[in-house]
Ligand binder design. Sequence first.
Ligand SMILES: Cc1cc2nc3c(=O)[nH]c(=O)nc-3n(C[C@H](O)[C@H](O)[C@H](O)COP(=O)(O)O)c2cc1C
Length: 499
Amino acid sequence: MPLRVESLVSRLSSRLSSLFLTPKATMPVAVGRSPSPSGERPAKKAKVEGVVADVAAAAAAAAAAAAPKAKGKSTDGPIPPSFPGLTTEEIVRRTEVEMALPIEIPRTYPYELNYRDKLVLAPMVRTGTLPTRLLSLYYGAGLVWSPEIVDKAIIGATRTVDPVTGVITYSKGQGPIFTTHPIEKPFLIFQIGSANPELAVEAAKVVEQDVAGVDLNCGCPKPFSTHSGMGAGLLSTPDLLLDILRALLRNINLPVSAKIRMLPEQEPTLLLAAKILRTGVSNLTVHCRTRSMRPNTVAMWDRLGDIVKLGARRNLPVICNGDGEGWANWDKIRSTTGATSVMLARSAEKNPSVFQPSGPECAIKVIIPQLLNIAEYTANPWGNTKFLLMQFKPSPAPISTLSKQERKEASEVMSRAKSAQDVVDKYGFELGQGKAFMDELEVRLKAHPEWNVWEARKVAEGEGVVVEAAVEEEEEASNGSTSEELDEEEAAANAAHPA
Ligand SMILES: Cc1cc2nc3c(=O)[nH]c(=O)nc-3n(C[C@H](O)[C@H](O)[C@H](O)COP(=O)(O)O)c2cc1C
């Protein structure tokens, strides 16, 4: 695919402003839908991609109450070792044995996924819903992961398609479990939470027709995941972890990948990686923290290089996850780890335009109007839309022209908003532009189905069109919280979003 980066980059900002900040008189009218005044569903206790909101809130409260004060402590008791009884020498020897053996289940697929040279959106329960994924793709994410969905939650779900918008919803009981749109299919990886090979396959089969790949969550450290052997629990049962991957490889006609955390010691981590890379997976993502590390512990990029080298020996990509901030540190991560792709979670949660080669857009003036229009068009539950708004962090100058006071106010507006209209009234933009966004997204995705964002950035730098955030002032960076308070906040947030 020829790279037409120059025209794309220069088109980005002009199209954005023309689409989302157009005067009312010239607004396009939404096609074929009759939304409520706010354009949103009422904020009832809707399920949001795998988690029932009130269950998540209860879990958050319980976990926050139980969260240890000291940094680095596990939230779920002693962690069983991955390879008990083996000496370090034996572990090193077995790693080499694994690397010498052939791939167990070699596969080719009708549609192969390219995991290299990309900034990708991390799986994030509650945050990684359809609007976030569409925004991330719009701004240059190369691949997007769905939030983790537990096997039993999606098994038995009913698939419905909105005839007007094309939005596909898998529902069970009271609400949607997983929502997608055909436009994201070539880039969408469905993440499964499982501790059972048969159930994992059954779950993957439910969504197989609507996604481009499946991923196994081997990193969620929260007790409600690990107690049933899922998430990071699988790091202590490598045979089960591998059996789930093998079952997916044998039965699902899509690329399979795994997302792990590092083990406390490097040698067992390498043995585990070698075993996973041998199964036949197409990619391994490594969150560069251990199961017991809190989110604010610095990610251990220095340990990733050895895993990337194992991947290279199999000609397999290894994606780096942990503390990625997009362009601000991609160079550093590449040179430290050798990984060519970085998976972004919290930086994309704060502003999904973090993927854009020419630098992020103003979260308040540009991203919020876009989010609310997409949410309206895709009928995203208001409870989730409001949650997404509240995760946005107002952009600093020169990305934003808002004053410090206005940025502070923006956060208050989001937390007080009871409907999309409340935000519209405050900032004076138009709803009804979701279809226009989808059309523009389609143009962009068609223009660069295999976009090398790394190269696009270099071109943008060469052309001098990059806009970077100024270094944030101390009080904004800390958001007024001490680091200990922040720990608690993050523990509660992560408890609500299991992973
Ligand atoms: C709100 C939230 C929800 C998350 N949900 C998941 C999930 O569903 N599956 C998963 O593997 N990791 C999940 N994670 C972990 C992230 O994918 C990522 O590994 C972690 O945040 C480290 O990346 P970062 O430093 O870029 O934030 C979640 C993280 C956050 C903040």
